[in-house]
Design a binder for this molecule. Structure first.
Ligand code: DGL
Length: 281
């Protein structure tokens, strides 16, 4: 009886990322919807997910989703492009009907793609992401579903996540690697006028990226679009909205060292936070 009540009681919105990157999404979501409760879960111990295989990313992401469900979340956002690209569809189609058809898992790729409507004048869009997201071709597939005539060029930036995860992104050396990938994508297609940051970590280096962009190129950062889309989703689904508690609290969990997470997360969120360790299996 108690168990059942716990499973159906309203709970926080779960925000999952492989590490710190999802904090850029959480930040924008909380700005837009400060009244909701959130649980942020970073699988820092196993990050980065970008170079990992489909099977591993799917398994790790499913573990995180199940953990967030067991903590009372009815709605989980995969605030990670790699997880959205490689695990979302399987979880939605295969796992959710078995776990609990009333719960929901949403990703970040679709809201980002919806947001570029009308942005490009040249019809050429670039996507910078992890190698996993690029290999999955999820962005190109989603973009072509909505805008069949757009030319999409995707490029993996494998050095960017480690620079961010290891706190090296503010050092001068970081500029070398930022410029390297920006130059590479424009060398592939110099008609790109809209550049999507298809990795939740990349907004952390957005200022450096902007410095190396050709004039007139629009940089698309996901946070506000995901926040907008979530707000819209909850408006359209009052039943799910009623299952989300609203006390303005956020709890943070990491699979790695709590102190290290708290220190880095405070920088990203510009506020002190408390973090608890958690195991996923
Ligand atoms: N947060 C991931 C993403 O958005 C990047 C980090 C990783 O590779 O784990 O793709």
């Amino acid at each position: 009886m108690d168990n059942q009540r716990n499973m159906t009681a309203p709970g926080p919105i779960g925000i999952f990322d492989s590490g710190y990157g999802g904090l850029t999404i959480l930040h924008k979501i909380r700005e837009k919807m400060p009244q909701y409760d959130y649980i942020y879960l970073g699988d820092n111990a196993r990050a980065p997910y970008g170079p990992r295989s489909f099977e591993i990313v799917y398994r790790f992401t499913l573990q995180a989703v199940e953990k967030l469900f067991s903590m009372g979340c009815h709605l989980v956002i995969l605030a990670c492009n790699t997880a959205s690209a490689k695990a979302l569809r399987s979880i939605q189609q295969h796992d959710l009907p078995l776990i609990d058809p009333a719960r929901r898992v949403l990703g970040v790729i679709r809201p980002t793609v919806e947001a570029i409507d009308g942005m490009t004048r040249t019809g050429h869009v670039g996507v910078l992401a992890t190698s996993g997201t690029v290999k999955s071709q999820s962005y190109a597939l989603e973009i072509h579903k909505l805008y069949p005539d757009i030319t999409v060029t995707s490029l993996a930036c494998p050095m960017w996540v480690p620079l961010i995860e290891y706190g090296e992104y503010e050092n001068e050396g970081a500029d070398f690697f930022i410029k390297k990938y920006i130059d590479a994508i424009f060398a592939q297609d110099n008609l790109i006028d809209t550049l999507i940051l298809g990795c939740t970590h990349y907004p952390i280096v957005a200022d450096k990226i902007k410095r190396h962009l050709p004039g007139g190129v629009r940089l698309v950062q996901q946070g506000e679009h995901v926040a907008e889309s979530l707000a819209d989703y909850l408006k359209r689904h009052p039943d799910m909205d009623s299952k989300c508690t609203k006390n303005g609290h956020t709890q943070f969990f990491t699979t790695e060292n709590e102190e290290k997470f708290a220190e880095s997360a405070s920088v990203f969120l510009k506020t002190e936070i408390n973090v608890k360790g958690i195991e996923l299996e």
